[in-house]
Design a protein around this ligand. Structure first.
Ligand SMILES: Nc1nc2c(ncn2[C@@H]2O[C@H](COP(=O)(O)OP(=O)(O)OP(=O)(O)O)[C@@H](O)[C@H]2O)c(=O)[nH]1
Ligand SMILES: [Zn+2]
Length: 358
């Protein structure tokens, strides 16, 4: 919680916030400046990637707007040290977080989606869009990427049983704050203040129509992005304009909005899933058998927790499904073939194996 000391200042007027430098307003922080020295910064000023086009990387810095050659190792939100003479040689700085996904195809290749997001707002609305399994999937994605998630429940003004949605969302993880609000008006500015200070980088993730653009506009205090209602009347269609993917809100955060991030499959996210389902993961370490499938095995701590009423069986089912999906998406075709071949042998071995404890 931030405290308001303004009423203590002399003359009654709130003390003005120290202005951010142009770089800080773009999201520049000590984490990045610690990676370079002053000479470096003089010779090669930092720039942030604001959009990735097939033709190149759009970047912005203090008094710099440029397009660098395309580079598959760089994505929206990245910081580079701009080399004006050889733009392609601009150096990539270490990231605070990275969302990536496995690219389709035979080879195992990662496709970078967005870098250096600090808070991911997982957005759903208090209506039929609300789905615990989908929230869990987005949370796993955020944790895997090294981003702190916050659950936002929009359209609270239209629901009667908001507390019920809040309870369900709160039960998912004790590491994730939950905020219910009307995405329009000034509620987002007030309620999201702890995560949206100037110079922070945030993103809104969620299905179409839940209010992501509305939230961004509300933070900006104006129409920064066209919302769905407006787009529907647009004969040109919704995705014809090339938009900027990184929005710098005056006096507010940097909002990263890249199409690839809006709907996403989970792959290579085992750690993220473990973070969301920390309760179940902890139970599994107490099962008698290390490879317990939590079905009929004796000494299964997961089954015991369900019987004692400490674990919701639906949550266990969702964990299994998500873990299975993650495994499926994370394997290459060759890996999957090898696993299926090896499966019969594996079953035999498990049947003959001795308990790993007691
Ligand atoms: N009453 C009410 N309407 C909302 C709220 N949030 C969003 N809306 C409306 O829902 C519609 C969709 O909102 P958008 O902000 O365009 O949704 P989006 O998530 O950006 O959708 P995509 O761009 O398709 O991903 C708009 O007509 C908004 O005005 C809310 O909290 N309350
Ligand atoms: Zn078990």
């Amino acid at each position: 919680m931030t405290r308001d000391y303004s009423k203590f200042s002399l003359g009654g007027a709130p003390a003005p916030r120290p202005a951010l430098s142009p770089l800080q307003a773009l999201g520049w922080q000590p984490f990045f400046s610690a990676q370079i020295d002053a000479d470096d910064m003089q010779a090669h000023p930092p720039v942030r990637v604001t959009a990735v086009h097939r033709s190149g990387l759009a970047v912005r810095g203090d008094g710099i707007e440029a397009v660098l050659p395309p580079d598959a190792e760089v994505t929206v939100g990245d910081w580079l040290l701009y080399d004006a003479e050889r733009p392609g040689a601009s150096r990539l700085l270490d990231r605070k977080s990275l969302i990536q996904r496995r690219a389709a195809g035979h080879e195992v290749r990662q496709q970078l989606i967005a870098a250096n997001i600090e808070t991911a707002f997982i957005v759903t609305s208090c209506n039929a869009d609300f789905n615990v399994a989908r929230l869990e999937r987005y949370l796993a994605l955020a944790f895997e990427a090294g981003i702190d998630p916050v659950i936002l429940l929009t359209k609270a003004d239209m629901a009667e049983d908001v507390a019920d949605y809040v309870d369900q969302a709160t039960a998912i993880s004790d590491r994730v704050p939950v905020v219910a609000l009307d995405a329009r008006g000034d509620a987002p500015r007030k309620k999201l203040a702890p995560w949206t200070k100037p110079g922070r980088t945030v993103a809104f993730l969620g299905s179409s129509g839940v209010g992501k653009s509305t939230l961004t506009n509300a933070l900006a205090g104006g129409d920064l992005i066209e919302t769905q209602g407006i787009r529907e009347d647009d004969a040109k269609g919704r995705h014809t304009t090339t938009h900027r993917e990184l929005h710098v809100i005056a006096g507010g955060p940097v909002v990263l909005d890249t199409p690839g991030m809006r709907e996403i499959q989970l792959s290579d996210a085992a750690d993220g899933i473990a973070a969301v389902f920390a309760d179940i993961e902890a139970l599994t370490t107490r099962c008698r058998f290390r490879d317990c499938a939590h079905e009929t095995e004796p000494g299964c701590a997961v089954k015991a927790a369900i019987e004692a009423g400490d674990l919701d069986p639906d949550r266990l089912t969702r964990w299994r499904k998500l873990a299975a999906e993650e495994l499926h998406n994370s394997e290459s075709i060759a890996e999957r073939r090898a696993r299926e071949k090896g499966f019969a042998r594996h079953v035999k071995r498990v049947v003959n194996e001795k308990p790993n404890r007691r």
